[in-house]
Write a protein that binds this ligand. Sequence first.
Ligand code: FAD
Length: 537
Amino acid sequence: MASIPSSNRTDDLQALQLFLDAPPPGTPEAVLACLRGTLASRAGGLPPHLYHQTVEQAAVAISITDLAADILYVNPAFEKVTGYQTHEVVGRNESILSDPSTPRSVYRDMWSHLQAKKTWEGVVVNRRRDGSRYLADLTIVPVVDATGAATHYLGLHRDITTLHKLQREVLNQKGLIESMIDASPSAIALLNGDGKVVLENLAYKKLISELGIPELSGYMLDRVRENVTVETGRGFENVEVRGQKPGRAERWFACSGSWFRERTGDPDSFFVEKEQDFLLLIIREITEIHRQQETVRMSALRALLAEEELVQGLRETLLGAIFQMEMPLNMLNAASSILERRSGDPALDPIRDVLLQALQGGRSTIEKLRGCVPSNSGGSFTPLNPNEILRDVLTLLTPRLLTEGVVVDWAPAAKLPVVAGKEHRLIALLRHLVENAIDAMSTRGWVDRELRIATAEVDGAVEIAIQDSGPGIDEAMRFRVFEPFFTTKQGKGHSGMGLVIAQEIAVEHGGSVRIALDYSPGCRVVVRLPVDQEGRS
Ligand code: FAD
């Protein structure tokens, strides 16, 4: 490919410039004399005929004219491109090549440059001797003498019809591909190896303004990286990403990426093959599907929790009954011991026998009841994100929070490690604590109703702080509230087992529930759950 004509053009120009600058300047005869090699060389001792040969043998069409554009000289390449022989064009104007399809404005621009002694470069439609048309990439250089006055014009042109046709085809194809990509409802961006967007469709630009995220591809890829590894050559498919403009409803997207390689157009990769990696990023909105899935998931969760509540209610009832029964049995036991000590009186033995029978009957009933207490150890431990659990809890309790006019300040840690847990058990634990907080603030006439929930990683554990602006818990009560069947609330649904169960669930997960001692006004409950080191990425 070293024979590309344009690469010779600079040499041609330099050679001719030197050649045309030679004295005596100005006359067409002198120029032609130069071409015949009659002038002495001015540079580097090169013989003048060398310039002549250079121009003659140049692959680009060269013509030299006077200031009226009348032709004085043309080289063989000019003859080849235009189809005119030298004797047919010398003395005639360059306009014999002009075709009416070239706009007049092009010539006006050309001549205003030439008159200002400036080089003009452009494309014109030329007509060959046989009438056929071709596209000429034309450069016209004014040749000036020692006094700076223009004496001649030097024209260089080449036929770029085929090149233009190819360029047009490429452009048409590019346009076609772009229209197809633009018609896609998914946002599409093509990223180079440095992560820079080199191509984007309309939906992508629209999404940037809708989400208010200028670096949309970077944002999406960062979210994708939180779930899967993104590296050259390794694609990913339908990774769910959340995007939200502050103050707007959250939106969900499925991101897919595929890698491909393309040969670069850099000069240094002309002979040696050099490839570049590109990532095609497709962002498909799935907000509606996600919303439907979420509705189904929350319904299933509600059903599961309702079932769990039922079981929990049964457990509480049975444990309550056992607790209630243990009191009289203890009394019977005490009475029987007293009678045993007075066993000298045979009249008392039948009473003691009855007592013992009652005691035995009672104990066996308690054992039967214990056997009926349903277990709560269902489900398996999986890595869970506490922020997501709290989101579910807040979603479940939204109707109640709205009814009670509670303002929620939800402050999740931006990055939180996972904990190993049973999802529905942790939901039950946190739901209970949030419900307690709502209950505390729902007293008639209580104005300040603010619930703040925050998460943080503290010393290898996730801490969930639930604090309310209610009346708080008396210092004397802070430990008693964890006692079974202890309650400060009277009425239906307050068995006094809530915090006991909450603590039981926390312990089951290797964690704890405590009431902050130094918090006032209101109440602050802190749940601590150990980080799942295995699930940590
Ligand atoms: P013209 O009547 O010749 O000119 C049209 C416009 O150019 C008018 O506005 C007119 O005022 C202006 N104009 C013409 N001649 C001059 C002048 N001498 N000084 C100031 N203004 C002028 N044209 C091509 O189509 N193809 C070529 O390959 C080509 N090569 C050229 C090479 C050289 C070295 C030079 C100097 C010119 C070349 N031209 C070429 C331009 C050509 O001379 C004509 O100007 C052009 O072809 C338009 O011709 P026309 O007969 O359609 O209009």
